[in-house]
Write a protein that binds this ligand. Structure first.
Ligand SMILES: C[S@@+](CC[C@H](N)C(=O)[O-])C[C@H]1O[C@@H](n2cnc3c(N)ncnc32)[C@H](O)[C@@H]1O
Length: 352
């Protein structure tokens, strides 16, 4: 992590050039993408966007006063909105998937791009707004697809990088904490060995009724209903981000139990790339440096009184917290920065 002094956060922010597409509008003739972007060192002239590796025109420095609350340490953050509007016919090489990148060679930044499908079918049969909001923070249907599809693509890249095969050939796979299948819905047709579990019975009921019989409700504590050494890969997008350190350790041991030797467990967490989105107090930041993990308190996405909500927090951590948890376990760790939502970091555990 580059950020050593909390007072450096503005410079860290400008240097790391975070960006986010938080709205996608797509119809028969046009695609409009909007979000926010911090240009390199705050120099707007350097900002560029590419759609399928072609430079595109865009408007920038648009009002995003909502962001002043998120990034209060930089007064410029209220004016970092951007908008790309492009005719469908002008999207070169648009097959099934469109990639939006800040680099002319999008494969060099594969974990930091956005991806969305062109097929209209993939914007249909979505879960109801209430279930979408619980996992996505907004009920906007197109951005639910954009974020879920981007995460699915990145899981596929991680499979290829760590197992040598894409998702069609990695069998069986478990989506741990799948919610209403925002991510795994794109794998279901091509992977007959894909299973999903979640503690949220309402989300699992929707998946069972609308997607596949391979979904199950799990409990807040291990075990999972699968034998030892069963899965080739397990992934959990945005689950550790909500768990106490004790629950994280229990679940990592359990996920490794159900994973076979040389298989992998991919888990996202709020790490250095997410730090500034939580605007940690100086005290929390000190705590993080010292202990490698901070619990920032309850997250209310599931309501204060729900069963899921009772053990659902916002957490931030450093790689050292994982190294401590797995000390002495037969496992190798590797890390990727800024993957899901372009800010959640990822730890990959390979079972030895
Ligand atoms: C932010 S949502 C992410 C859902 C899904 N992975 C996605 O990316 O859309 C977090 C999910 O974790 C689930 N969850 C929380 N604790 C869990 C646990 N101990 N085991 C399984 N799922 C859990 C919640 O019910 C919720 O669906």
């Amino acid at each position: 992590m580059e950020l050593t002094q909390y007072s450096e956060r503005k410079n860290f922010f400008l240097r790391s050039q975070p960006w986010c597409v938080d709205r996608l509008e797509i119809d028969d003739s046009q695609v409009v993408l909007s979000g926010w972007a911090v240009p390199c060192d705050g120099v707007w002239e350097s900002l560029e966007f590419f759609v399928n590796d072609q430079a595109v025109e865009f408007s920038c420095k648009l009002d995003r006063s909502d962001l002043l609350q998120v990034f209060p340490f930089w007064e410029g953050s209220g004016q970092i909105g951007f908008r790309i509007s492009i005719e469908r016919k002008d999207i070169h090489g648009a097959g099934e998937t469109v990639v939006v990148s800040r680099h002319c060679n999008s494969s060099s930044s594969k974990y930091g791009n956005y991806y969305f499908p062109m097929s209209r079918d993939l914007y249909e049969n979505l879960p109801p707004a209430r279930l979408r909001s619980q996992v996505h923070g907004s009920d906007d249907a197109s951005s639910f697809v954009l974020e879920g599809f981007s995460s699915y693509k990145k899981i596929d890249f991680l499979f290829k990088e760590h197992l040598g095969d894409g998702h069609q050939k990695v069998l069986p796979v478990l989506d741990w904490g799948c919610g209403c299948a925002r991510v795994c819905r794109y794998m279901l047709e091509e992977n007959e060995g894909l299973h999903g579990v979640d503690v949220n019975g309402e989300a699992i009921d929707w998946c069972l009724a609308n997607l596949s019989p391979r979904f199950e409700v799990s409990q807040h504590k291990p075990p999972l209903p699968y034998p030892d050494d069963y899965f080739q890969a397990v992934y959990g997008v945005s689950i550790l981000t909500h768990l106490s350190l004790e629950d994280q350790a229990d679940w990592m041991a359990e996920l490794l139990r159900v994973t076979r030797t040389n298989g992998i467990v991919i888990l996202s967490y709020h790490g250095s790339s997410s730090l500034l989105r939580f605007n940690l107090s100086g005290e929390d930041f000190e705590d993080l440096q010292q202990h490698g993990y901070v619990n920032l308190g309850k997250n209310h996405a599931f309501g204060k009184d729900s069963e899921v909500g009772a053990k659902y927090f916002d957490t931030v951590q450093l790689p050292s917290s994982f190294q401590r948890i797995v000390e002495g376990w037969p496992v190798d760790l590797s890390f990727h920065e800024g993957v899901f939502g372009n800010h959640q970091d990822v730890v990959v555990l390979t079972k030895k």
